[in-house]
Design a protein around this ligand. Sequence first.
Ligand SMILES: [Zn+2]
Length: 150
Amino acid sequence: MSEYLALRRNPSTLVIVCSQLSYEGWATQELGLGPLDVKLISVAGGPAALAHGDLVATDYTRMCECVSFLLAEFPSIHTVIGINHGNNGRKGGCGYYEKVLKIVGGEKSDLPKIARQLAILAKDKTIRTFYAGLVETGGSKVVFEEVFAA
Ligand SMILES: [Zn+2]
């Protein structure tokens, strides 16, 4: 039997991301965040439900509860990052938008609303939202673009 460290008590950043997306390399390279810096919410659709409480009330409520819980549990968190991913307005982007929300192309345009919702939930934190768009060449790569609250 081996023992492992169970919890990191002082993460700096809460990242909310769709479980479809691999963001770790970008987070490490561009943001300088390692796995021990991040408290992660990885669910289908990532933060998308925060923009669509009317369509997915249960997911919206659950996301709000998760964010509030983790911010209370880990007071070291000073930054909250929401990441949506898509295919630049075409089909084949985030499956949550297509299959659950039944919306094509909202992944980027929803980010200002998501940022405002996160700012309500995390009043004293830095809020950043990013759009991860598939690159044209076969969709095997993504580029991350910061999108600010309006
Ligand atoms: Zn997705």
